[in-house]
Design a protein around this ligand. Structure first.
Ligand SMILES: *Cc1c(COP(=O)(O)O)cnc(C)c1O
Length: 418
C-alpha cells in the first residue's frame, strides 16, 4: 500500500478528491530541522529564512515558525498571508524589484522587520516614506555579484543585465543607494543580499558567492567607509526531481557555507557579524506530491498519452522550464514497466505536458498517478486557465492528515464576477 507521510494514497484521494497536493509533513519537519541545526556558527550569528514564494499558506508559515525560521515575502499578498498566520512581522524580509507604494506602506504599518531594496528609485522612495515610520526599518540592498548558477536559462538571475539588484560592476550607483539609505531617517542599513540562481547543485557556486560578498564588503569599507553587519546569501539549493538530479545533502551544503564564511570573515577582518540564507524549494519540493486520476489513454503514431485530471494549471513548471518529474502509479510501484507514456493534462494547450516520457506499468483509466517533488512552485504558480479550480492541499503525517487549503469550487472562481 503506497503511502505519503504514513497515510494511504488511495484513501487521501478518496477523501479529498483529485488532483490533490499532499505534503509529507514529517519530511518537511526533518528538513527544517536539518537547516536550522546545520546552518550554525560559533563565530557568526546565523539565520534561515523560508522563501515563501515556493509555497505560501497559513499552515506552512506556522510550520516554519515552529522551527524559528525567518520569513521572506515578495508581495503584499504573501505579506498578508503571513499576517493572517499571526507570524511575527519583525522577522519578515520583504523582497521584490517593484514593490508598490501600497505594499511599502503596508509593510511599514505592519512593522515588517527588514525591507530588501532592489534599486535607487526604491531606496529614494523608501527614504521618503520612512520619515513617517514609528520604528527602525532594517534594510538590505540586493546586489548582483555576477555569478550565474542555474540549471536552466529562464532561472538565471545574476547576469549583468538581471532585473534583480545592482551589479557589482555598477559601483557608483550601488554606493549612492547605500548612502541614501544610511542618511535616511528611521532606516538601519544592515547589509547586502544576493540570490544567485535556482536549483543549484554545485556548492562551489555558493562558496564563490560568499568570497565575492566578503571581498566586496571589505572594499566598500576601505574605499567609502561604508559599514554594515549582515550578508544574506539567498536560496537556490538544488533538489531531486528525477534520478538525474544529485543534490548534495543540505547539512553538508550548510556546513561548507558556514566554514567558508568563517574563513572569509577572518581573512578579510570583516565587519560582518550575521549571515543569512533563504531556501524555498529545498524546504518544500521533495516533501510534496501531486495525485492525479488517469482519464483517457490515447495512442498516436509515435506516442502513448495518458491524460490526467490536472495539468499546467496546477503545475506550470514543465511547460515553463521544461522541468522534469518522476511519477508512479499507486499500487503498482513494484511492477515492471509496460510502456513509455506521455503524461498530459486537460488544458487546451499543446504544451500542457507534465512528463514527456516515462516508463510505467500498464496504465488504466481510474488509476492514480503520483508525481513526486511537486511541493515547490507548483501550487504557488497555479492558475485558473480553462477555469479549472485550484486543487486541495493536505499535510499528511503519521499522526494525522489535515487539509490546509480547501479545493476551490466553481463558485469560488466566479465569486468576483459581476
Ligand atoms: C526565489 C528566491 C529564493 C528561494 O529560492 P529557492 O530556489 O526556492 O531556494 C530566495 N531568495 C530570493 C531573493 C528569491 O527570489
Amino acid at each position: 500500500m503506497a503511502v505519503i507521510g504514513g497515510q494511504e494514497i488511495r484513501k487521501l484521494a478518496e477523501t479529498y478528491g483529485t488532483p490533490l497536493v499532499v505534503y509529507d509533513e514529517d519530511a518537511m519537519r526533518t528538513r527544517l530541522n536539518e537547516f536550522v541545526s546545520s546552518f550554525k556558527s560559533e563565530k557568526l550569528e546565523t539565520g534561515v529564512l523560508y522563501a515563501s514564494k515556493a509555497f505560501s499558506c497559513k499552515a506552512m508559515i506556522s510550520l516554519i515558525d515552529e522551527y524559528g525560521l525567518y520569513l521572506d515575502v515578495v508581495s503584499g499578498g504573501e505579506l498578508y498571508t503571513a499576517y493572517k498566520a499571526a507570524y511575527d512581522s519583525s522577522k519578515i524580509f520583504f523582497h521584490g524589484n517593484n514593490k508598490t507604494e501600497q505594499e511599502l506602506k503596508m509593510a511599514m504599518q505592519m512593522h515588517v522587520g527588514t525591507i530588501v531594496v532592489d534599486n535607487l528609485m526604491e531606496a529614494e522612495e523608501l527614504a521618503q516614506y520612512a520619515k513617517e515610520a514609528d520604528y527602525p526599518i532594517h534594510v538590505l540592498l540586493r546586489v548582483n555579484p555576477g555569478i550565474e548558477a542555474h540549471t536552466h536559462k529562464y532561472i538565471v538571475t545574476a547576469h549583468v543585465d538581471s532585473k534583480f539588484g545592482i551589479s557589482f560592476l555598477n559601483e557608483e550607483e550601488l554606493v549612492q543607494i547605500i548612502q541614501v539609505l544610511q542618511n535616511a531617517e528611521n532606516i538601519v542599513f544592515d547589509g547586502l543580499h544576493a540570490h544567485i540562481g535556482s536549483q543549484i547543485f554545485d556548492i562551489q557556486a555558493f562558496l564563490e558567492e560568499i568570497k565575492k560578498l566578503f571581498a566586496y564588503s571589505r572594499s566598500l569599507k576601505e574605499k567609502y567607509d561604508i559599514q554594515f553587519n549582515t550578508l544574506n546569501l539567498g536560496g537556490g539549493f538544488g533538489v531531486k526531481y528525477t534520478e538525474e538530479d544529485k543534490p548534495v545533502p543540505i547539512a553538508d551544503v550548510c556546513k561548507s557555507m558556514i566554514r567558508t564564511c568563517e574563513e572569509e570573515q577572518e581573512k578579510t577582518c570583516s565587519m560582518i557579524q550575521r549571515i543569512l540564507i533563504e531556501p524555498g524549494r529545498s524546504i518544500v519540493a521533495e516533501a510534496g506530491y501531486s495525485i492525479y486520476k488517469i482519464g483517457y489513454i490515447k495512442k498516436t503514431p509515435n506516442k502513448q498519452y495518458a491524460f490526467v485530471d490536472g495539468g499546467m494549471n496546477d503545475n506550470i513548471r514543465p511547460a515553463l522550464y521544461q522541468a522534469k518529474y518522476d511519477a508512479f502509479i499507486e499500487g503498482k510501484e513494484k511492477e515492471e514497466a509496460f510502456a513509455s507514456y506521455t503524461i498530459a493534462g486537460k488544458c487546451c494547450e499543446s504544451g500542457d505536458i507534465l512528463i514527456e516520457s516515462i516508463a510505467l506499468p500498464k496504465v488504466q483509466k481510474g488509476a492514480l498517478l503520483v508525481m513526486k517533488t511537486t511541493g515547490a512552485y507548483g501550487y504557488s504558480m497555479a492558475s485558473h486557465y480553462n477555469k479549472i479550480p485550484l486543487p486541495a492541499v493536505v499535510f499528511a503525517s503519521e499522526k494525522e492528515t489535515r487539509e490546509v487549503i480547501e479545493r476551490e469550487t466553481f463558485e469560488h472562481m466566479i465569486s468576483l464576477e459581476k
